[in-house]
Design a protein around this ligand. Structure first.
Ligand code: MSP
Length: 515
């Protein structure tokens, strides 16, 4: 089965932050899981590179906007590379193939008479060089420039968004365009049913850094309109509605709640206008705060992705972000809690279990004697269910329950005390090794390097599941080679309080990247 997954394409003018990393890590975990299931996966990431703000920032830095975008986009690529993200493509809205497809599309919409010329009246902040909606203003003033915006009229082109409102509601209600979790579906249906969608102004006269409107080159195309099409141009669509790439439609589009509205109005309307299938599912996750507050430079509470990578290592960063709170809800993180979780779940949990069992097994283990472990089977069943439902936090809980189960089992059986019953000792170690082996597969999508380290220590190669074989419990009979145990160094070095800059030995930060 195909599995096409996307993250939003992030604004290139921002430094890649933890919010971007959160969505992208989640998308990577799901991509790796689907690859494990032998699905044909395509994972799209990218950057949104046009618009006034980028134009202005480039000017501030005295750079040509393309050069500015090139440098900024590289930062995202490098971070994804450092976080072991396995995106199949990195689409940039300044890519030639994107620009030419978008122009073709706008021409098609114009020829279909779904775009018309009209007059836009709006509140314009000269300081921001941007139209403001009433909700963006505080006491009627621009919060940044503390000035009342002017009422401005401008000729522009409109897309007939209002035509598609009924159809979008219908598609969402029939689950042909799924929105999850359910609260977000209700939220989308709420505003779609309550407010009348206005036609959308899709052209900008004042913005020079953009894609020219094909039928009137004195305008550029509104960034949101063109940005959406990156989900299509990223899989090499050339703008021909009759030739849609095989990966279409997306099986899953991940994003946070800030962009739910545009993804349930403009985005489906554009696709419906072009007779292109809608995505199967949008999954909308929450926002996180730091110590109860919005992450902000002024508050000085910003945690950067590299702060975590330097402190905990890549795999632990991936784990810690997803193990904080349920994916889909808002949540709070703090450096202290991340550190606690690192010590409890990774150092004392997974790392300690593997170290204890392998130390004993290196000396005493001779052959396998089990193969039908109920605990492992139960864990796989719940694992698959939660993964299917994109409950990544719950999946991790389930896996960590198996780790606690093994800890308790060891405490009960005390294998280190068995001196003269090799049969019994071997049986206990077999059970534990089999569980660790299955644990290593379960954590593979989340912590691929750790998973690999465990396989190496077990002396076994995990070749993946056979084609069409369901992802599930692997009994020892399937392990042709058996285990050749060679305990290596501890999986997770212990972190001590107040030692803020402890560097993980194995973390290599790559500073350059070529895609
Ligand atoms: N360029 C548009 C998206 C166009 S898609 C056709 C955009 N870019 S953005 O850089 O602002 O990225 C928004 C996304 O960043 C969110 O939807 C989410 O995926 C991620 N996050 C940004 N801040 C976040 C948090 N504080 N918490 C969780 N995720 C957040 O919008």
């Amino acid at each position: 089965m195909k599995f096409y997954i996307t993250t939003p394409i992030y604004y290139v003018n921002d430094e890649p932050h933890l919010g971007h990393a959160y969505t992208t890590i989640a998308a990577d975990v799901l991509s790796r899981y689907h690859r494990l299931k032998n699905d044909d996966v395509f994972f799209l990431a990218g950057t949104d590179e046009h618009g006034l703000k980028i134009e202005q920032k480039a000017q501030e830095e005295e750079k040509n906007p393309q050069k500015f975008c090139d440098e900024k986009a590289t930062k995202f690529k490098v971070l994804w590379n450092n976080l072991n993200i396995t995106n199949n493509t990195f689409i940039r809205t300044t890519d030639l193939k994107h620009k030419s497809a978008v122009q073709k599309i706008l021409q098609i919409l114009f020829d279909k008479k779904l775009i018309y010329k009209g007059e836009y009246e709006g509140l314009y902040c000269v300081g921001c060089e941007e139209y403001k909606t009433k909700t963006q203003l505080i006491a009627g003033k621009c919060p940044l420039h503390k000035k009342m915006p002017e009422l401005v009229k401008e000729d522009c082109y409109f897309f007939q968004l209002s035509n598609f409102q009924k159809k979008i509601i219908e598609k969402i209600q029939k689950n042909e365009f799924k929105i999850e979790p359910i609260e977000r579906k209700n939220e989308a249906l709420g505003f779609l049913k309550k407010e009348k969608l206005e036609d959308l102004s899709i052209s900008r006269k004042k913005v020079k850094w953009g894609i020219p409107l094909p039928f009137d080159k004195s305008y550029t195309i509104y960034v949101w309109v063109e940005a959406f099409f990156s989900y299509l141009t990223g899989i090499d669509w050339q703008g021909d509605c009759k030739k849609i790439p095989n990966f279409w439609p997306p099986d899953l589009q991940l994003m946070a709640k800030d962009i739910l509205r545009v993804h349930t109005t403009i985005w489906p309307a554009l696709l419906l206008a072009l007779d292109i299938l809608l995505p199967n599912k949008l999954f909308v996750h929450g926002f996180f705060t730091i110590n109860g507050q919005k992450m902000s430079k002024t508050l000085g509470n910003v945690i950067l992705p590299y702060d975590l990578i330097n402190k905990f290592g890549v795999d632990a960063t991936r784990y810690l972000l997803l193990a904080q709170f349920p994916f889909g809800q808002d949540g709070d993180i703090s450096m202290e809690r991340l550190e606690e979780k690192y010590n409890s779940d990774l150092v004392n949990g997974l790392g300690n279990l593997v170290a204890r069992v392998l130390t004993l097994a290196e000396r005493n283990f001779t052959y396998f004697s089990n193969g039908n472990d109920i605990e492992i089977k139960k864990t796989w069943k719940e694992y698959k269910k939660t993964m299917k439902n994109i409950q990544l936090f719950e999946t991790l809980k389930i896996v960590w329950n198996l780790i606690s189960f093994c800890d308790k089992y060891m405490e009960k059986e005390k294998p280190w005390e068995i001196k003269d019953n090799p049969e019994r000792l071997n049986k206990i170690l077999s059970n534990l090794l089999e569980r660790i082996y299955n644990l290593a597969i379960m954590i593979l999508p989340f912590m691929p390097e750790t998973s690999e380290k465990i396989f190496t220590q077990l002396g076994i190669k995990f070749e993946g599941f056979k084609k069409n074989e369901q992802i599930e419990f692997i009994p020892h009979q399937n392990l042709v080679q058996g285990f050749k145990i060679k305990k290596g160094e501890n999986l997770f070095p212990r972190k001590h309080k107040n030692k803020k800059t402890l560097k993980q030995k194995n973390t290599k930060i790559i500073l350059d990247f070529k895609f």
